[in-house]
Design a protein around this ligand. Sequence first.
Ligand SMILES: Nc1nc2c(ncn2[C@@H]2O[C@H](COP(=O)(O)OP(=O)(O)OP(=O)(O)O)[C@@H](O)[C@H]2O)c(=O)[nH]1
Ligand SMILES: [Mg+2]
Length: 338
Amino acid sequence: MELVFAVAAAVLLVVVIGVLLVRRRAPSKGGPPSPTADTAVAEGSADAAVAEPSTVRPEGLGGRIRSLFGSGVADPWPGFEELLVRADVGPATSARIVADVRERYDAGADPSGLVRTEVASILGRDEPLRLPDDGLGVVMVVGVNGSGKTTTIGKLAARFAGEGKKVSLAGADTFRAAASEQLGVWAERTGAHLVSQERGADPGSVAFDAVSAARARGSDVLIVDTAGRLHTKLPLMEELKKVRRVLEKAAGRPPDETLLVLDATTGQNGIAQAQAFTEAVEVTGVALTKLDGTAKGGVVLAVRDRLGVPVKLIGLGEGAGDLEPFDGEEFAERLLGG
Ligand SMILES: Nc1nc2c(ncn2[C@@H]2O[C@H](COP(=O)(O)OP(=O)(O)OP(=O)(O)O)[C@@H](O)[C@H]2O)c(=O)[nH]1
Ligand SMILES: [Mg+2]
């Protein structure tokens, strides 16, 4: 009899322990999430990413486009346009890209290839700087305050010097006290010859002197720095026109290149800037700076599409070597990567 009780008690104990164990495990099999599961979501672990794909945002524009078209949304086109606008491509150019891609798109496909082709067709062929083979080439550099003009000039001087060219720099930014010092530092660093005058001097007069001095020294290239100015300030734009006229008179032809330096981080404002500077001084190319930051530079597409001005150079940092010729394919890769 005692043996029967002992066996019954042991069976009961095993059953109770079994029930307790099953209860402890139950939440992870479909019950409310345990604290451990919450932590996993908060920390964005791989498990959490698999469980909640909608919370995982792809980094680059390409990834976002793929994710949008793969999401099964009935009409992805407005979202696609919005993604382009947010990448600084601009409303008009974004609408053009959407219309063209939509025309050639097969439902269910990945549109990345079509977008890439469209971007390549907007950008056209890469256009390098055009300078004469013989005699003095003149490059005038313009842009709004702080866009990176003087730094780009320094980098250009380093590039030309590396190609064995003799370089002269003209400090036609006589507005800011430190401007010609800054240019002077670059001249020293790159072995270029500097032409400057005192602060407040007439920028046209500096430009005129610089052409004569560069010729006298047998320079191959003269790069003319100008003061940063807001493209909406008409008297300042008039002053810039005058510098151009003086350069034309002194050199016997308009500047071989008039480069607009655009800061890639300023986004859509770049279009208005490009328009105003192009109207004033016939910009022949854009140098897009600060592409080493977070900006993807979609504004390049808008500038090319709306104004027909090619991007010729890109700035990727503050150092002398951080300037590269614009490469459309590489740009498309950067814009649509991820
Ligand atoms: N990260 C990064 N910084 C840059 C680049 N280009 C220029 N900068 C920085 O941008 C700032 C302004 O550059 P500047 O060359 O003085 O610009 P600016 O257009 O000559 O300015 P103003 O003459 O005052 O109109 C400086 O701190 C530069 O070092 C670039 O490509 N990348
Ligand atoms: Mg400057």
